[in-house]
Design a protein around this ligand. Sequence first.
Ligand SMILES: Cc1cc2nc3c(=O)[nH]c(=O)nc-3n(C[C@H](O)[C@H](O)[C@H](O)COP(=O)(O)OP(=O)(O)OC[C@H]3O[C@@H](n4cnc5c(N)ncnc54)[C@H](O)[C@@H]3O)c2cc1C
Length: 282
Amino acid sequence: MGILIHLAKRWVAGEYLEDAVERARYANTRGITGIINHVGEHNEDIAEIEASAEEYSRLLDGIKQEQIDSAISIKLTQLGLMKDVQTCTGTIEPLIRKAADLGIFVWIDMEGSAYTQNIIDIYKQLYRENKNIGLAIQAYLFRTPGDLKDLSAIGGKIRLCKGAYKELADIAIRKHDDIRKAYEDQMEMMFRNGGPELIAVATHDDELIDLARQLNRDHPRNFEFQMLMGAHDKRKEELAREGYKVCGYIPYGKGWLGYFLRRCNEQKRDIKTAVVCVIKGD
Ligand SMILES: Cc1cc2nc3c(=O)[nH]c(=O)nc-3n(C[C@H](O)[C@H](O)[C@H](O)COP(=O)(O)OP(=O)(O)OC[C@H]3O[C@@H](n4cnc5c(N)ncnc54)[C@H](O)[C@@H]3O)c2cc1C
């Protein structure tokens, strides 16, 4: 259990909002913007949905009051999507409006493929009136080039990630190298065509990071790097010193153990990576 806690603390700020704000404050001192996430998903119960929304509302106040440079990142199945689309939009729209009033950006995480279409539809609907929101898109899904085209056409703000869920071979690329190739092509398409108002390159993959730097030299865009808390910390700081905007995703909450174990299960290679990182102090 001791080593588990040690490993988890690399990736999770702690149980409380204050832990996350402190972690984001520390990231800010290193030139890195925070993206704070209150861990949780698949809330079926309306009381839990409301409690999660209330937590995010307090988080927005905390970020403002403590003058932290941080966005938030939300999961729609935590905030009403398990009920229906209306419950979800009714729950998140006031949060997004409050965030806009406070000058805070809101990222929407992408979840398992059962929710992809609803999440994209909700994003498109809310983006018409709320420009302070961005959406994560998963490179491994076959549908993604089409989604990127649609979202680029409305000038959406896009976080491109490889994808963290176990998906079936008929809807998603499964081989690691093929996923990287898809990511390269999709990133290149966004930089070359210039549709999205913001391109967030969310990866720790050095080849992709280097490609993003090169693409941005050839086709300068509004773009930023995003990485998880506890991963590639030295690289984050190097990129920030080079003048890039770099964001660190900071999860917190009482559900940290579940989040950590799920991450381990989804990305078994990360355990090996994390052990190497702890040993190397990277
Ligand atoms: C900011 C951010 C937001 C994300 N949001 C979503 C989302 O909304 N939906 C979704 O499905 N997925 C999301 N992901 C997860 C993403 O889809 C991948 O599962 C995850 O980032 C691993 O892919 P990778 O591109 O970093 O490359 P990988 O090929 O997995 O790793 C490349 C290298 O990065 C290093 N590395 C990777 N992970 C870690 C780690 N945890 N700790 C230390 N080193 C590591 C290793 O050295 C590895 O060799 C997000 C990732 C980030 C960074």
